[in-house]
Design a protein around this ligand. Structure first.
Ligand code: SF4
Length: 326
């Protein structure tokens, strides 16, 4: 039985978007009520359309931003409300890989300085020890050690993302938050980086929170998946259950929109109708009711609770048992 590394419970993040001392304040709920857990050595992915709150959830867990309410526990310890001065251990244990390998690496620093920086901040290792670790890490991510003295702009997108991965791994973290780590890369390079992440996971028992809008990428790397819509998780399932038998109407529509190469296997096309509602003024009840093909009166009135439907699948929908073919 794998240990739970991360547990997120009823996490909420509200941003003030307008108003001030003399004006009425306006808020937007970027994350409304998010709960999930990640076991050691596994990948949990968050998927959903842009603006659904998946990246905000990642930033809350790394404490780049503070939660409004809810709980984030790492190895059983609450980290959601630590002060900035108490975040040292968290910064070592949880690292991020960013979406854009072009923007996330400092162009004025050499590769060895970029990878070494977290060791300077978080450890007391000597210069020689740090240099040895940097060279070892370049090898681990498949980069020539001779690249250590070059600058990031001299590399391709895939190589830069390898540098980003080396930097994230250098403090030997337990959990990596990977926010759209391959979406800026060519498709051929995407699979190289995904395979590298899988290999590193097996070798170092890493856990990943993988954030992506791309279900075909998520299918490649996940053990469990949470589908987000307007700040809430609407379905959590193992990868196998989600792709074979998606239950929530939103998950069904997302999976139906993934292109399938073989025309004989072409999925029933059920595209999403309408736009994602404005999070400043979300629909009442089930926030998906304005786009849901099977919405009923109750859906406008009552927020559906997350319910476990099978051992592998939990869904927030009033009528999930009645869904036969959406
Ligand atoms: Fe559709 Fe209603 Fe289920 Fe929401 S609760 S997904 S609107 S059927």
């Amino acid at each position: 039985m794998q240990n739970k590394l991360l547990q997120v419970k009823n996490l909420k993040k509200q941003f003030q978007v307008a108003g001030g001392m003399f004006e009425k304040k306006e808020f937007v709920n970027a994350v409304i009520d998010v709960s999930f857990e990640i076991k050691e050595g596994t990948t949990f992915s968050l998927v959903g359309e842009s603006g659904c709150g998946k990246s905000t959830t990642g930033r809350l867990i790394t404490r780049l931003i503070d939660p409004t309410s809810g709980s984030i526990t790492l190895n059983g310890n609450e980290v959601g409300y630590l002060k900035q001065s108490e975040l040292g251990d968290l910064r070592e244990t949880v690292q991020m890989i960013f979406q854009d390998p072009y923007a996330s690496l400092n162009p004025r620093m050499k590769v060895k300085e970029i990878i070494e920086e977290p060791l300077i901040i978080h450890t007391k290792l000597s210069k020689g020890e740090r240099e040895n670790l940097v060279l070892e890490m370049l090898n681990i991510v498949g980069l020539n050690t001779e690249y250590a003295n070059r600058y990031a702009h001299e590399f391709s997108g895939g190589q830069r993302q390898r540098i980003g991965i080396a930097r994230a791994l250098i403090t030997k973290p337990k959990l990596i938050i990977a926010d759209e780590p391959v979406s800026a890369l060519d498709v051929s390079i995407q699979s190289q980086i995904l395979n590298l992440l899988k290999k590193l996971q097996q070798e170092y028992q890493l856990s990943y929170l993988f954030i992506s809008h791309d279900l075909s990428v998520v299918e490649h790397i996940s053990h469990e998946i949470g589908v987000m819509y307007l700040g809430s998780i609407v379905e959590i399932a193992t990868k196998e259950a989600l792709f074979v038998n998606p239950l929530h109407p939103y998950t069904k529509a997302l999976i139906a929109s993934v292109p399938v190469a073989d025309p004989l296997l072409r999925r029933k096309k059920e595209t999403l109708k309408g736009d994602i509602p404005n999070p400043k003024n979300p629909p009442t009840g089930c926030t998906f009711h304005t786009r849901c093909p099977i919405a009923q009166e109750l859906c406008k009135l009552e927020v559906p609770k997350m319910r476990q439907i099978t051992e592998q699948q939990s869904v927030a929908c009033h009528f999930v048992e009645k869904i036969e073919e959406v």
